[in-house]
Design a protein around this ligand. Structure first.
Ligand code: NAD
Length: 490
């Protein structure tokens, strides 16, 4: 089979690839602003059918109990996707504007390969634990703990790393024995639709176990969160939408798993290589045009070395030209949409209104007639109370803030509604250790260490989310615990 964009204009409902009841909608290439094809327009009735199919598949098949079969299906899916990598790469670059460079890692190949990690967990996990015998209330009782799938999972995902986020939900949810309805973001329907097609045509995953409903209608996400047939809603997106999902899920008291926004701090201590660290921070915020929830978008540097840090960061950012994502050397591609570019440009205007200086960048690159590109931009001259230091911008924008020592750096890092990620650079391990212990975030990189991998739990403190994705912790989000007590036989 060869995947073509035209193949992606179908929903997957109950094992069948079907047209959307609402017709189709256009998919834009953010680097060229051209319509590259059509996606299926799912409606509330399609979503209703998808939820019904997932419920039936969970309640009436032994998918949730056959661990070996699920492991086999996940490996089969991994193999099938790997046989389509080049087509998927092309489509991912066209739809997401993802730099080709990143498709060798987190934008495609990494999360596809990680499906094997989930398959291994399905097989190797301790599904049953013997607690032994106790005599509560005088009755000798043998207690066993069973881990079981939660049931039907509603997965709602954003556009910035669609494969990574779709598979970070599908992988553990399926490995744990759940059935899934996936609703991807309106800007990136193809990445999910093509996975649906591969599942339908090239795997033994039974009908109804995975359903994919693409749509421009955000209300389909709310429908998933509300529907009492859904047992768990797993959401990645903005904090504002995460709160709406939690509210919608409250009536049926379903389990809620949230991966939300961030405004992470990159802390440089005064014994670090200030210029090297600042340059590294500036480079990393330009990756995928800054459209990463865990990017460190506040650079905290010693006050006495502020100018040195700014000069190094500005040099790096000025050297990164936004570019065609199909080019192998491109790091900073386009933003996903005109709406997102407007939002980022609005924040750049706000930075100036707040009294800040745009040291480099600040607008659209002059050499692009088309595409939603924004120049890497460095903001200085503000403190941490500025809105551009508090709010998530989701563009290639870095704010440099001065700190007055290690404790002050920790205070500033924590002065945020978010708590997703961060970085600490310094040479004294004791000082670095104290800063690491003080920062309230779910992941931290020390001196360039990489926290992202299939077995490493990822998630946020505070308003960056609830729960952990990836790793055993991420797998267990999709499990219930059943304690079975029976009289102990002598
Ligand atoms: P978004 O919140 O606008 O949309 C995310 C998804 O939610 C989309 O599929 C959308 O259709 C759906 N949705 C919208 N309204 C809904 C509602 N009321 N009920 C249910 N679903 C609804 O986010 P976005 O703009 O697509 O993505 C960018 C945001 O995602 C950023 O804030 C970023 O930080 C965050 N993000 C977080 C992580 C993480 O792991 N923490 C990862 C990637 C992106």
């Amino acid at each position: 089979m060869t995947l073509r964009p035209a193949d992606s204009s179908a929903l997957l409902v109950d094992g069948k690839l079907i047209p959307g009841s609402g017709g189709t909608f256009e998919v834009l290439n953010p680097a060229t602003e051209e319509v590259v094809g059509l996606a299926a327009q799912g409606t509330a009735s399609d979503m209703d059918a998808a939820i019904g199919a997932a419920r039936r598949a969970f309640d009436t098949t032994d998918w949730s109990r056959d661990h070996a079969f699920r492991a086999r299906c996940l490996r089969q899916l991994c193999d099938a996707l790997q046989s389509h990598l080049e087509e998927l790469r092309e489509i991912t670059i066209a739809e997401v504007g993802a730099p080709a460079l990143l498709t060798s890692g987190p934008q495609l190949e990494g999360p596809v390969a990680d499906l094997r990690y989930w398959a291994d967990l399905a097989e190797g996990y301790s599904w049953e634990t013997d607690l032994g015998t106790a005599t509560p209330m005088g009755i000798a009782t043998r207690r066993r703990v069973f881990k079981e799938a939660v049931g039907v999972v509603g997965a709602i995902t954003p556009w910035n790393f669609p494969h990574q986020i779709n598979f970070a939900k599908l992988g553990p949810a399926l490995a744990a024995g759940n059935t899934v309805v996936l609703k991807p973001a309106p800007d990136t329907p193809w990445c999910a639709a093509l996975v649906g097609k591969v599942i339908a045509e090239e795997t033994d995953i039974p009908p109804g176990v995975v359903n994919v409903v693409t749509s421009t209608d955000h209300r389909l996400g709310a429908q998933l969160a509300e529907d009492p047939r859904v047992d768990l809603v797993s959401f990645t997106g903005s904090t504002a939408t995460g709160k709406a999902v939690m509210r919608a899920a409250a009536d049926s008291l379903k389990r809620v798993f949230l991966e939300l926004g961030g405004k992470s701090a990159f802390i440089v201590l005064d014994d670090a290589d200030i210029a090297g660290a600042s340059s590294y921070a500036a480079f990393s915020v330009c990756m995928h045009a800054g459209q990463g929830c865990a990017l460190t978008t506040r650079l905290l540097v010693p006050r006495a070395r502020y100018d040195e840090a700014v000069a190094a960061a500005a040099r790096t950012m000025a050297g990164i030209r936004p570019g065609d994502p199909t080019e192998p050397g491109t790091v900073c591609g386009p933003l996903i949409s005109a709406r997102q570019r407007d939002r980022v440009e609005g924040y750049l205007r706000l930075a100036v209104e707040e009294g800040g200086t745009l040291v480099t960048g600040g607008g659209r690159p002059a050499d692009f007639g088309r595409g939603f590109f924004v120049e890497p931009t460095l903001i200085t001259g503000l403190d941490n109370s500025a809105r551009v230091a508090q709010e998530e911008i989701f563009g290639p924008v870095l704010v440099v803030l001065p700190h007055d020592g290690d404790d002050d750096a920790v205070r500033i890092a924590n002065e945020s509604p978010y708590g997703l990620s961060g970085a600490v650079w310094g040479t004294d391990p004791d000082r670095v250790g104290r800063v690491v212990a003080g920062v309230r975030t779910g992941t931290l990189s020390v001196n360039g260490g990489v926290w992202y991998s299939a077995d490493a739990p990822f998630g946020g403190y505070k308003q960056s989310g609830i729960g952990r994705e990836m790793g055993v912790a991420g797998f267990e989000e999709y499990l219930e615990t059943k304690l079975v007590a029976a009289p102990a036989t002598a």
